[in-house]
Design a protein around this ligand. Structure first.
Ligand code: ATP
Ligand code: MG
Length: 452
């Protein structure tokens, strides 16, 4: 009897079909329940107690198996959104197209989605290129696994029993460092062209090789990205740029032919001869910050990515006689408008970008009250980081950001002498000059420092 059971389990593990998955124990995958956040564990156990299936799924399981820290924990369940909502007091149903439930527990929010069916191109609503416009049909767990993009993203972990349900050999693929598409590759790219970008991003982030079958068609299908709504592309670009592996991702995108003419932002990033060094430096800087868990802002990054476009435009305007500031503001607007056409840079981010750019010329003025006012600006620190990056890229002398660093940290007396060192005079010389100027005036005059 036991032998029969063992044989059955073993057979399952050895050759799972997509309906009959392998069920792997800790000894086979190494993932334990305590690696899952308390909130996600609780969501699974509450739903299971009520008779539903519930698993931690997707990116979190994948990242943990690959030895990385997951961004968040998602749960997939057989319960409907209404059933999930009823099971947790602090929860709300969100999304119109496909309704999911946010369950709040302590500081965490867990995204809970009901198993969804994959739809073939005939039954689903698609655009003229085969892109699926809606996928909002509930399905079985097996169907939910099959509609996911890559095998490593279709792993279901039960924190209670510490087993992984693996329909598509995802654990083995991860072990072999392979990113493999579930289903027919071209169909899957047609259904959702963003999967091409996801392939590159996940490959770079996890150090996986994109399986040749999934990699092959990318070049010829790249143009399908043109039909993807800008807001979706922008979201994916943000994920890519803030993955901690932006340099690697962008180099790989270029290799796969995924950048050209598709995303104006990428053209700018990868094809600007002038700013190339600046842009790569800025991306390296962002990668390092993300990996060290330091805060990063899209406004700052986009400000660096587009800066050289602004510089060229600004110079051209100054050369035909426009004044410094109006010329800069006009250049900023023109460059941002060009990008906004295709990429939905949000208004808030555009505001941040402009703040950083607009402060740049003010660093040139190192006398009078200007410097005091500049360091009080709310965006001073971001603007100074930006200035330092410009210096690192060789656009200006490293002495400038260094002077500002000293000025910002100095006490009032040192600040004065830093300012005066810019005039080429010392305080003593200035006093003498003032006294001389006063005694030369008809009627003489008192030297009132307070009136200066
Ligand atoms: P990360 O969170 O690191 O960006 P992720 O894989 O978790 O990566 P999410 O966008 O959070 O990405 O998606 C969660 C899961 O949903 C994925 O693991 C995958 O199973 C599925 N998924 C996401 N996007 C797609 C897609 N375009 N096509 C098919 N399945 C997808
Ligand atoms: Mg995720």
């Amino acid at each position: 009897m036991i032998r029969k059971l063992l044989r059955r389990v073993f057979k399952r593990a050895a050759s799972p079909t997509s309906d009959e998955p392998a069920v792997l124990g800790v000894d086979q995958h190494g993932l334990t329940g305590n690696q899952i956040s308390p909130a996600a564990r609780k969501v699974c156990s509450v739903l299971q107690e009520q008779g539903h299936k519930a698993y931690v799924v997707g990116g979190a399981v994948r990242d943990l198996l690959a030895g990385q820290t997951p961004k968040d924990f998602d749960v997939a369940t057989s319960a409907t959104p209404e059933e999930v909502k009823a099971a947790f007091r602090r929860s709300r149903i969100i999304g119109r197209r496909f309704r999911i439930v946010h369950v709040m527990s302590g500081p965490e929010t867990i995204e809970v989605s009901t198993f969804r069916a994959s739809q073939d191109a005939e039954s689903a609503e698609t655009d003229a290129h085969g892109r699926i416009l809606r996928d909002n049909v509930f399905g079985s767990m097996a169907e939910d696994a099959t509609r996911r993009d890559f095998t490593v993203n279709a792993l279901y972990f039960d924190p209670g029993s510490e087993t992984i349900v693996d329909y598509h050999h995802g654990v083995a693929d991860l072990r072999h460092k392979t990113l493999r598409m579930i289903g027919e590759v071209r169909t899957r790219y047609r259904e959702d062209p963003v999967r091409m970008l996801r392939a590159v991003r996940l490959g770079a982030k996890l150090g996986l090789n994109i399986d040749p079958a999934a990699r092959g068609p990318i070049r010829e299908m790249a143009s399908l990205l043109e039909n993807v709504p800008p807001a979706r592309l922008f979201d994916e670009m943000l994920k890519l740029l803030f993955s901690g592996h932006a340099v690697k991702c962008l180099k790989q995108l270029r290799e796969e032919g995924l950048h050209h003419g598709l995303l104006p932002m990428l053209d700018v990033i990868l094809e600007q001869p002038l700013g190339e060094r600046f842009v790569w430096l800025s991306l390296e800087n962002t990668d390092e910050r993300v990996r060290n868990g330091r805060p990063v802002s899209p406004g700052f990054l986009f400000a660096t990515l587009l800066w050289h476009e602004v510089l060229v435009n600004w110079e051209a305007r100054k050369n035909v006689g426009e004044h410094v500031y109006p010329a800069l503001f006009a250049a900023m607007d023109e460059v941002l408008d060009q990008q906004a056409e295709k990429l939905a840079i949000t208004r808030r981010i555009a505001g941040d970008i402009k703040d950083i750019w607009a402060l740049q010329p003010r660093f040139d003025r190192r006398n009078g009250k200007g410097p005091y006012r500049l360091i009080e600006q709310p965006r001073y620190r971001a603007a100074w980081d930006f200035l330092r990056l410009r210096a690192e890229a060789g656009e200006l002398d490293a002495e400038l950001p260094e002077w500002w660093r000293r000025f910002a940290h100095a006490n009032p007396v040192d600040r004065e002498s830093l300012l005066q060192s810019q005039d080429g005079t010392t305080p003593k010389k200035r006093r003498r000059r003032r006294r001389k100027a006063a005694s030369n005036q008809p009627g003489g005059g008192e030297d009132h420092p307070a009136s200066q």
